[in-house]
Design a protein around this ligand. Structure first.
Ligand code: ST9
Ligand code: FAD
Length: 611
């Protein structure tokens, strides 16, 4: 038994019964894959993740990677190394790759359903194993040279990193000062210090390809201020033969880990300070030979933001299932209805407040899974279109709209639920290392921080995904919700709550858009928008999640007749999740709307010294 508890029944119910993902199987790019194969993939992945992948989870936390400042190397704990090897040997990572790079064409919805399991079992392993996936961005944006590099990254299973952050450039990536100096042979020398780099150094792969944002120096017309002046460079740890990929271990490139951070959680993931060009040149190639770094890097970031939201959901899901198991065994107190001092003691699942907490955990985990898979089903359309040589702008737009909800809303809801409800179910035992929850809480906190903090997700959501998009994508999702509300369904009370909440959400977006327009006359009103972007992100996250859960609850209702045993319980649980989430979350949108409408500039006018 490992810490990881998967929820395969819920995954397949969402994929096939609610979101109809059978439709993308056995046809187009997935013509070789039918539902049976897809279910077999998920079940194999579940087995691997619940055993070998999950086994070293706590060990990696207790004995994190060791940094040697003399050699500037990082030693990963042996048990993590073995699990990493097992995962790479399993070839499941090929599900995420296109055929041209040796992958197995798989619809994104099925990919994320599979990856949920490694992200719940041992998320750092997913990050260490992402080198081949990074190769896809190198391949898609690259010259012939870069495409050869991409193939080596896959064939030789190199590690890879995304390198943006600097001490003075975190959320504000455009403040980065790392320089790139052009060389006569067409390469570039990178100079500077980056920090907080995931997987920056490790001893599990023969090479690491760093994808680095740096500012070209001394070249006419490029390298200006801000994000648009950044270019993306491929900087290997070791130099290698371009044709064969053979690594020259005696030709160490001048990029070194100069520190490894000591962290609150996710400790087995080495978070490195990386120094470029101190002593020896750090040689790199300009990706695609075009100066379009921030747009290229955002192709990685979009995937990584989806990954973070999936990790957050997966952790809450396994956390809830652990808490449920504990609650079913822990005997404490008597039933409220039998107050006699000698009344029989009951398991804590008999207490209303524990039930409140368990339903909050269950419905939130299930809502976030639906959110991830619903978003991935828009990615299915993007993927299908690409296979046919088309672009599907509507699907791209809706995916873009949903990403900050998956990442920002998802990580906030998952972490607060884990910390305030899941751990609490264990009482004092939750605070101990005897159960995985305290590690889950520490490991999941990072999800609200990296890949853009929640504040950044809120701004991205409102300014870029709603206003800059001129409401197109949000219009598509709103229309789907309206159509649902216009149809008949058995969860009538929840549908009413959804209708009211949809009005509140529309008013919130409308009011904020008006305030934004008004800011052209009263510039300070822009602060009122800034005071509310996180609120709108969270409110719309609740709305979309409630809608998806009610849809799922109604599907469950339609399957209930004739169901027996565990299947009947599962379906009843789905209906209960929908009802609980709708009844406890949706009424809060009215209060959120009122708070948004009542926003003043007081917070901005308060002198800093008064805080
Ligand atoms: C990090 C890593 O935290 C943590 C975990 C690592 C795990 C790694 C392994 C797993 C991942 C595996 C991935 C594999 C690869 C997958 C490939 C799949 C094929 N969407 O608004 P503007 C662009 S890393 C798209 O003016 P500012 C766009 O080009 C550190 N593009 O921004 C735009 O131009 P235009 C993470 C976007 O004011 C341009 O940027 N750090 C988007 O200059 C400028 O836009 C962060 O995330 C978007 N949503 O800069 C930083 N937004 O408008 C957070 C912008 O012409 N900070 N672009 O299209 C931000 O995001 C800031 O808002 C900012 C602001 C930097 C963008
Ligand atoms: P800051 O930007 O200083 O933010 C501090 C606070 O101010 C936050 O609450 C933030 O929301 C708020 N804030 C900042 N600016 C604004 C604004 N304009 N409006 C409203 N609020 C704002 N980076 C990489 O490049 N590659 C990696 O692999 C990587 N991995 C990481 C792994 C870990 C474990 C950690 C901790 C970080 C990692 N990062 C990585 C960096 C990560 O992406 C940044 O920490 C994150 O983007 C936030 O930047 P910051 O820490 O400098 O915080």
């Amino acid at each position: 038994m490992t810490h990881y508890k998967s929820n395969l029944r819920d995954i397949t119910f969402d994929l096939f019964d609610v979101l109809g993902r059978d439709a993308v199987l056995g046809t187009g790019p997935a013509e070789d894959m039918d539902r049976e194969t897809a279910e077999a993939v998920l079940s194999e992945m579940e087995h691997l993740c619940a055993t070998r992948i999950a086994e070293p989870y706590a060990e990696g936390d207790h004995n994190p990677p060791i940094y040697d400042p003399q050699t500037r190397t990082v030693t990963i704990p042996e048990s993590t190394k073995q699990a990493f090897k097992q995962y790479m040997d399993s070839d499941w990572w090929r599900l995420e790759l296109p055929e041209v790079l040796g992958g197995q064409e798989t619809p994104p919805s099925l990919r994320w359903a599979a990856m949920e399991q490694i992200l719940g079992a041992n998320p750092a392993l997913y990050m260490y194993s992402a080198g081949p996936k990074f190769a896809q961005v190198v391949h898609e944006n690259g010259t012939e040279r870069d495409q050869k590099i991409a193939q080596h990254m896959v064939d030789r299973q190199w590690g890879a990193t995304m390198i943006l952050t600097e001490p003075d450039a975190g959320s504000d990536v455009g403040a980065g000062r790392t320089r790139a100096l052009p060389q006569a042979d067409g390469t570039w020398h990178i100079e500077g210090v980056k920090r907080f780099i995931t997987s920056g150094e490790q001893d599990m792969t023969e090479n690491i390809m760093h994808l680095v944002l740096a500012r070209p120096h001394g070249v006419e017309g490029v390298g200006g201020p801000g994000t648009k002046g950044l270019s993306l460079f491929l900087v290997p740890k070791y130099m290698f033969d371009l044709e064969s990929g053979e690594v020259f271990t005696d030709q160490r490139n001048g990029v070194y880990a100069t520190n490894v951070e000591k962290k609150m959680g996710l400790k087995v993931s080495a978070t490195c300070e990386m120094t470029f060009g101190d002593g020896a040149p750090a040689v790199g190639w300009l990706l695609g030979e075009v100066h379009d770094g921030i747009a290229q890097m955002f192709q990685v970031i979009e995937h990584a933001r989806m990954m973070v939201g999936t990790k957050a959901m997966a952790t809450l899901s396994t956390g809830y299932l652990n808490a449920l198991e504990y609650a079913k065994q822990r005997v404490q107190g008597a039933d409220m209805l039998t107050p006699a001092k000698d009344a029989p003691r009951v398991t804590i699942t008999h207490h209303p407040d524990v039930r409140r907490s368990l339903l909050t955990q269950k419905s939130t985990a299930e809502a976030l899974r639906l959110l991830v898979l619903y978003t991935a089903s828009w990615q299915d359309r993007v993927w299908q279109a690409a296979a046919e040589g088309r672009t599907d702008e509507e699907a791209e737009g809706v995916n873009d709209l949903l990403l900050p909800i998956v990442k920002g809303y998802g990580s906030e809801r998952a972490w607060t639920t884990l910390g305030t409800e899941t751990l609490q179910t264990f009482g004092g035992s939750g605070f101990l290392q005897d159960y995985p929850i305290e590690q889950y809480v520490r490991d999941a906190k990072i999800d609200t921080l990296y890949e853009g903090t929640t504040a950044i997700q809120g701004q991205d959501f409102f300014f870029r995904k709603i206003v800059k998009d001129q409401g197109r994508a949000i219009g598509v999702v709103s229309k789907q919700i309206e159509e649902f509300l216009g149809s008949e369904g058995p969860l009538t009370d929840e549908r009413k709550l959804l209708g009211r909440a949809a009005e509140d959400a529309a008013l919130m977006v409308g009011t904020l858009t008006q305030v934004l327009m008004g800011a052209q006359q009263n510039p300070k009103d822009l602060y009122k928008v800034g005071l509310n972007t996180s609120r709108v992100l969270m409110a719309l996250g609740d709305l979309v999640c409630a809608w998806l859960l009610i849809r799922a609850g109604e599907v469950a209702q339609s399957q209930l007749e004739g169901a027996t045993g565990a299947e009947k319980d599962f379906l009843a649980g789905k209906i209960a999740s929908a009802q609980w989430f709708a009844r406890t979350r949706l009424p809060q949108l009215t209060a959120e709307r009122k708070m948004l409408e009542a926003t003043t500039l007081d917070a901005m006018e308060l002198p800093e010294s008064a805080f």
